[in-house]
Design a protein around this ligand. Structure first.
Ligand code: PEP
Length: 256
């Protein structure tokens, strides 16, 4: 099965609205319309930048989709500081990242929270980009695959195969995020293959074959080719290198 690659930019807490408009416009200007057949592109700006980024892309008819970096699972109510799935859906987001390691580590997001978020997204017709990944301590202990596949099982507990099929899993070793230290293509492939085997156990081979598994963690123009050459890596979730249009566009081109 050939999966269409996905190159996704996670802007994290970077770019004011004015800056986001400039960056989105630069990406849009460099984006070649024919690429849409070969690669899907997603940008995940901070909440306040979602609508402005979407407006720029819609105006240019650029086939780059927009997703949130986080979302709450409840539809509405007394959850100060949170944003609902309906809110991001209304402004045209197709998905949200969930369970990013920064949210798990800095904001105490649990596997159960991640699961609630996945369910809230898929039941509204959006998809989740589910982040999983081990710390350096887990890797050194030799239990990476058990740890990561347990995160995958927890994220998708109670989700049916049809909804899961729309979702994306991003393998992001914590020790590689924002550190400049990338997993080797072989290390990344081994874990992405284990993730796919787990998805096959949960949802069957056909669904697992159709689902995209991304690598994230200091992906850049120097290492993207080796990572993308791996059979179970279907694209990237990129932080730092997505903040400059030139490097992000080079990563997109590496998927063509
Ligand atoms: C990320 O935040 O998902 C990420 C992979 O960041 P970076 O590319 O900067 O390591």
């Amino acid at each position: 099965m050939t999966r269409k690659p996905l190159m996704a930019g996670n802007w994290k807490m970077n770019n004011t609205v004015a800056e986001a408009v400039v960056l989105t416009q630069e990406i849009s200007n460099r984006y070649e319309k024919e690429w849409a057949e070969a690669v899907d592109v997603l940008v995940c700006p901070p909440f306040v930048d979602l609508k402005p980024a979407k407006t720029v892309l819609d105006f240019d008819k650029t086939k780059v989709s927009v997703g949130a970096q986080n979302v709450h699972w409840e539809p509405k109510g007394a959850f100060t500081g949170e944003v609902s799935v309906a809110m991001i859906k209304e402004i045209g987001c197709t998905c949200s990242i969930v369970g990013h390691s920064e949210r798990r580590e800095l904001f105490g997001e649990t596997n159960e929270d991640v699961n609630r978020k996945v369910k809230a997204l898929v039941s509204a017709g959006l998809y989740a980009v589910v982040c999983v990944g081990e710390s350096l301590a887990v890797r050194e202990e030799g239990t990476t695959e058990e740890y990561v596949t347990a995160q995958v099982r927890a994220a998708f507990a109670g989700v049916d195969a049809r909804d899961a099929a729309e979702c994306v899993v991003a393998y992001e070793p914590i020790w590689a995020i924002g550190t400049g230290r990338t997993a080797t293509p072989e290390q990344a492939e081994a874990v992405c293959a284990a993730i796919r085997a787990t998805l096959a156990e949960l949802f069957g081979d056909e669904t697992a074959d159709a689902m995209r598994v991304l690598y994230g963690g200091s992906m850049n123009v120097g290492n993207v080719e080796g990572l993308m050459a791996q059979p179970n890596i279907d694209g990237g979730l990129v932080g730092g290198a997505s903040l400059e249009a030139a490097s992000f566009v080079q990563l997109i081109e590496a998927c063509l």
